[in-house]
Design a protein around this ligand. Structure first.
Ligand SMILES: Cc1cc2nc3c(=O)[nH]c(=O)nc-3n(C[C@H](O)[C@H](O)[C@H](O)COP(=O)(O)OP(=O)(O)OC[C@H]3O[C@@H](n4cnc5c(N)ncnc54)[C@H](O)[C@@H]3O)c2cc1C
Length: 509
C-alpha cells in the first residue's frame, strides 16, 4: 500500500499520536499535522490514564509514555463526600493524572524530532489536504470534516440534558473526589483529581433548572467565546471553596452541554475520522483521550497489516477491529451520563451505598468484584442498606411496602408484569412507564430481553419507578446475571427479582 504523504487535521492527542506512529512505521512518508491553535502556555487541565491504557500506549510507543510518566502524578484513591461524610475506594492503582498541555508538548516535541511537519496556528480544510494519500481527520468533537462528509460518515451528535464546566484548582487534591453540594438554587456536583504538584482538574455539573435558577443561563450568554464565565466561577468558588480548600481557575471556562458523537462509518475514501471527531464518551468515565490515542494505535496497526492490500481495506479493517471496544466504552459512558444527570434522585443513599451505586452505574464494577479488593467498602454499603452478607442478599426474607417476602426472588405468578425496552431511564418514555407502574397496586415486574445491556436498562428504569411510583419493583433477569441484580438491590434500584432462564430463541448475551 502506497502512503507517500499523510495529512492530519488537528493536533490533539489523536492527531499527534497517529502522526508519530505513522512516521515511526514508515520513516519515508511525509507527515504534516495542522493545528489551528497555538499551545496554551498558561495552563490547561488534566487528563487521567489508567495503568492498562498506559501499558497499551507503551507497547505502541514507549517514548511517549515515558514523557507522560515524567510529567504526571499518581492518581490518588477515590472519594465520595456527601453532607460532610466520606467513603473511600482504591481502584486507581497505577493510574496517573497529567496536564493536557504537558501531554501535547511531549507529543509535539517527539513529532518534531521525528521530522513530522507540525504547523501550529494553522487551520486546514479538507480541500487543501485532499491530495494526500491519507487524510486523518482528528479535528475534535466539533469536527468540520465530519460535517462536510456527513452523509458518508452517517454521523449523529446528541446533546446531553445537563450542563458542565471544566475548571482548574490551584492545589493538589488528596483524592479523586466526587462531591455533590446543594446551593439555594439546586444541586451542583464536582468530579476532581490532581494532575500536577500544585494543580487539580475540576469538572462541575448541574441540571438545566438549577442553571437557570442561578441565572447562569444569562451569564453564559454574556460571556464572550474566548473568556471565562467569571460570575459562575465566583458562585462555584463560594459553594465549593470549603470542600476544595483552594481557588478555582478558569481557562476559557464556560457552561457547555456534553455532545455524544457517533458515526455509522469512520472512513470515506482516503479520509478517516479519529478520536472525538468519530466518537465521544461522557467525561465522567474519563476515557476521551485514551480512546483518541488507542484509535491511533489501531489505525496504524491496520495500515501496517500485510493482510490489507489497499488503503480502503486497511481503513475498513481498522474500524472492524476497533468499533466493538469503542461502542462498549460509549455504552458505559452513556449509562454513566444518565446516572450523573440524575444524581439528585439518590442523594438519600448513605455514602458507601452511593459509592457502590456509582461504581456499578454502568455495569463495569460489581459488589462481588469490589469485595475481592475492598471488603470494607462492600460491608459498609451492605450495613448502611440494612442488608446481611453479600452472598445472602437475594435469599434473605424482606419486607417491602408492608408485605413480607420469604426472599427477594419472586415467582412467575407474583406481581404485575410490564414489558419495557427503554434506553433512557429518565426520559419521556420512562415517565409514561412510571405512570403505568403507579397504577399497579401490586409488585411491578419489569420484563424484557435477556441480554445484559437490556437488563442494565431495566435496572436503571426500575430505580426511577421505585423512587417515583412508590410501588415494590422487581425485574426479570437471567440467573447468570445475578451479580448485577445484587448490585441493584444494594444501590436501591430494585426490591425484588424474577429469575427467568432465557430460551434458545432469545438474543445471546
Ligand atoms: C470536562 C472534560 C473532562 C475530560 N476529562 C478527561 C479525562 O480525564 N481523561 C480523558 O482521557 N479524557 C478526558 N476528556 C476528553 C478529552 O479531552 C478528549 O476526548 C480528547 O482531547 C480527544 O482528543 P482528540 O485529539 O480527538 O480531540 P481534541 O483534543 O479536541 O483535539 C482536536 C484538535 O483539532 C484542532 N482543530 C479543529 N479543527 C481544526 C482545523 N480545521 N484545522 C486545524 N486544527 C483543527 C483543535 O484545535 C484541537 O486541538 C475530557 C473532556 C472534557 C470535556
Amino acid at each position: 500500500m502506497r502512503l507517500d504523504d499523510v495529512s492530519v487535521i488537528g493536533g490533539g492527542p489523536a492527531g499527534l499520536f497517529a502522526s508519530i506512529l505513522v512516521k515511526r512505521a514508515r520513516p519515508d512518508t511525509a507527515v504534516t499535522v495542522f493545528e489551528r491553535s497555538v499551545p496554551d502556555s498558561t495552563f490547561g487541565f488534566g487528563v487521567a490514564f489508567t495503568r492498562r491504557t498506559l501499558e497499551l500506549l507503551a507497547s505502541a510507543d514507549n517514548a511517549v509514555v515515558s514523557r507522560l510518566r515524567d510529567a504526571s502524578i499518581a492518581m490518588p484513591r477515590q472519594e465520595i463526600r456527601v453532607g460532610g461524610r466520606s467513603v473511600f475506594s482504591s481502584g486507581n492503582d497505577g493510574a496517573i493524572g497529567v496536564a493536557r498541555s504537558a501531554l501535547l508538548t511531549a507529543l509535539t516535541d517527539i513529532a518534531c524530532d521525528l521530522g513530522i511537519r507540525v504547523e501550529l496556528g494553522r487551520a486546514a480544510g479538507l480541500a487543501e489536504v485532499s491530495a494526500a494519500d491519507l487524510v486523518i481527520a482528528a479535528d475534535g468533537v466539533g469536527s468540520e470534516v465530519r460535517g462536510q462528509l456527513a452523509r458518508d460518515f452517517g454521523a449523529c451528535v446528541t446533546p446531553g440534558r445537563g450542563l458542565f464546566m471544566w475548571l482548574g484548582l490551584d492545589r493538589r487534591l488528596e483524592s479523586n473526589l466526587f462531591a455533590p453540594v446543594r446551593s439555594a438554587d439546586g444541586l451542583f456536583n464536582i468530579h476532581c483529581y490532581p494532575y500536577a504538584a500544585d494543580r487539580s482538574t475540576i469538572g462541575v455539573e448541574t441540571d438545566e433548572d438549577t442553571w437557570r435558577r442561578a441565572r447562569m443561563d444569562r451569564w453564559t450568554q454574556d460571556t464572550p467565546a474566548d473568556e471565562s464565565d467569571k460570575r459562575s466561577i465566583e458562585y462555584l468558588q463560594d459553594l465549593f471553596g470549603p470542600t476544595l480548600g483552594g481557588t478555582l481557575l478558569g481557562n476559557r471556562s464556560r457552561w457547555m452541554r456534553f455532545r455524544t458523537v457517533t458515526a455509522a462509518r469512520w472512513s470515506a475514501g482516503h479520509v478517516v475520522l479519529l478520536g472525538d471527531a468519530a466518537h465521544t464518551a461522557h467525561y465522567s468515565v474519563g476515557s476521551g483521550t485514551k480512546m483518541a490515542m488507542e484509535d491511533a494505535v489501531g489505525l496504524v496497526g491496520a495500515l501496517q497489516d500485510p493482510a490489507y492490500a489497499t488503503l480502503p481495506e486497511a481503513l475498513a479493517g481498522y474500524e472492524t477491529a476497533r468499533r466493538p471496544r469503542v461502542e462498549r466504552i460509549q455504552d458505559l459512558a452513556d449509562r454513566s451520563r444518565l446516572w450523573w444527570e440524575t444524581l439528585g434522585q439518590r442523594l438519600d443513599l448513605p455514602p458507601a451505598a452511593l459509592m457502590l451505586a456509582y461504581l456499578s452505574r454502568g455495569g463495569a464494577v460489581s459488589a462481588a468484584r469490589l469485595a475481592e479488593r475492598e471488603p470494607g467498602v462492600v460491608a459498609e454499603a451492605l450495613a448502611q442498606a440494612g442488608l446481611g452478607p453479600l452472598d445472602s442478599v437475594l435469599d434473605a426474607p424482606v419486607t417491602v411496602a408492608g408485605r413480607r417476602f420469604p426472599s427477594r426472588i419472586v415467582g412467575d405468578r407474583d406481581g404485575t408484569t410490564l414489558a419495557a425496552d427503554i434506553r433512557d431511564p429518565w426520559g419521556d418514555e420512562a415517565t409514561t412507564f412510571v405512570a403505568a407502574a403507579r397504577a399497579c397496586a401490586d409488585v411491578v415486574v419489569i420484563a424484557g430481553a435477556a441480554r445484559r445491556e437490556r437488563l442494565l436498562d431495566r435496572l436503571a428504569l426500575a430505580e426511577n419507578v421505585r423512587r417515583r411510583a412508590g410501588v415494590p419493583v422487581a425485574v426479570e433477569a437471567d440467573p447468570a446475571l445475578a451479580d448485577d441484580v445484587v448490585d441493584a438491590v444494594i444501590a436501591g434500584r430494585i426490591d425484588l427479582v424474577r429469575f427467568t432462564v432465557p430460551t434458545d430463541a432469545e438474543e445471546p448475551r
